[in-house]
Design a binder for this molecule. Structure first.
Ligand code: PMP
Length: 414
């Protein structure tokens, strides 16, 4: 892997062409303004935990496509299952039998799941959960954690542009891990409370991550039981990375509904909603569908991916790689006399520097790591996958060693 001064010729040319035909050149989380400066926009190929940008630069991938890649890019067993399904048909007049197989698999693996429905994106799934909860209860109010991301539809988009006040009129905010604030929000909802929406841990972009306080999780469950509201767990980012089933099963807390997407099919486009029997009838009522929601290839990929994760003990592998990375980063930071916070589960790590509100140190760190061959993000949690072996983590650590050295040079110690 070459150092410093990576070529960006092809990337620059594509950005220029994109600016002419795509509003703003790019959009959403791929918008240039959200991309750390110096990061490539376009990619050519990917394999395992390695990625190549359009200028041929190779990186160890610590972002895994913002989460969808969990078994490594192009895992042979997932690709084989997808190719076999594609050879038979993908987008047809109706679903393939694999839809039933996938629903059975989710019901078998996820403790609360008595049924499953499928869509394309995480936003589809969170929106469906809210819709089903409202259909079930006949109520309108939904409690959401301040700063949490649940998708890009008008009811939950982080931007106000193009939305109306009415789109969000029935959302009431609480603070993650603060049960009293949930109780307060529920009081404000009164007898109109349809659901409490919560993520398995607090993974807001740009902030240190927070694991769930067990008392908070249990308290939210009790509040939902008491009020008849649905507890919705947004597993879009966490699903199948923290556990082979639901992410709150270790806490003994089960949601009524959960939204899944990202890692479900190792990069193939699919989302799922799982739910309990008590919401089965309500789930039949809203009209939810999409032209591509019944495509068979992503479903076949999902079945293969879930089997790969279980057979390869995927969660344990990611934890092992994540622990190696966390220890290595801690050792390096201390060698350079730099004060860092490492938060979140080890397989979904987040690193921040002390006294770095504007993320200046974080930006220098990530850009230098990039120049040395490790793709990691300064403002978003990273994602490990099962393809990260010791050697890959050690390569990352070689890059981060240079990155810490650069932070130290530019900002001094502390
Ligand atoms: N919920 C969470 C927790 C997410 O992280 C995301 C995507 N980052 C979404 C919902 C929305 O998923 P999608 O982008 O696939 O619509």
């Amino acid at each position: 892997m070459s150092l410093i001064g990576r070529l960006r010729t092809n990337d620059d040319a594509l950005r220029k062409r994109a600016t002419a035909v795509i509003p703003g050149g790019m959009y959403g989380h791929q918008h240039t303004a959200l991309l750390p400066p110096g990061f490539p926009q376009f990619f050519e190929r990917a394999d395992g935990c390695r990625i190549w940008d359009v200028d041929g630069n190779e990186y160890v991938d610590l972002l895994c496509s913002f989460g969808p890649i969990v078994a490594g890019h192009r895992h042979p067993k997932v690709e084989e299952a997808a190719a076999a399904q594609l050879a038979r048909g993908d987008c047809q007049n109706g679903p393939s039998p694999v839809m039933v197989e996938l629903a059975e698999l989710l019901v078998e693996r996820i403790a609360h799941a008595d049924w499953a429905m499928f869509a394309k994106n995480g936003t589809d799934a969170t929106t469906m959960c809210v819709t089903i909860a409202r259909a079930a209860t006949g109520r309108r109010k939904v409690l959401v954690a301040r700063g949490a991301y649940h998708g890009a539809a008008p009811w939950c988009s982080p931007r106000r542009d193009g939305t109306t006040l009415e789109d969000r009129a029935h959302l009431i905010k609480y603070r993650y891990n603060d049960l009293a604030s949930v109780e307060e929000a529920a009081d404000r909802a009164g007898d109109d409370l349809a659901a409490v929406l919560v993520s398995p841990f607090r993974h807001d972009a740009g902030f240190d991550q927070e694991l769930p306080d067990p008392g908070f999780a249990r308290g939210v469950r009790q509040l939902c039981d008491r009020t008849g509201a649905a507890l919705i767990l947004d597993e879009v980012r966490t699903g199948f990375r923290l556990n082979h089933g639901g992410s709150w099963e270790w806490l003994g807390v089960e949601p009524d509904l959960a939204a899944w997407s990202k890692a479900l099919a190792n990069g193939y486009p699919i989302a799922a909603v799982t739910g309990t029997d008590s919401l089965r009838e309500a789930a039949t009522r809203p009209f939810v569908t999409g032209s591509f929601w019944f495509s068979a290839v992503p479903m076949a990929a999902a079945v293969a991916n879930l089997d790969v994760l279980r057979d390869e003990d995927g969660v344990a592998r990611m934890e092992r790689a994540g622990a190696r990375l966390r220890q290595g980063l801690a050792d390096q930071a201390s060698t350079y006399g730099l004060s860092i916070n490492q938060t979140g589960p080890v397989q979904m790590p987040y690193l921040s520097f002390a006294a770095d509100e504007d993320h200046e140190r974080g930006s220098v760190f990530s850009v230098t790591a990039l120049e040395h061959g490790a793709y990691l993000h300064p403002g978003h949690n990273w994602f490990l996958c099962t393809a990260h072996g010791d050697e890959d983590i050690d390569r990352v650590l070689t890059a981060t060693d240079a990155a810490f050295a650069q932070v130290r040079r530019q900002f001094g110690d502390g």
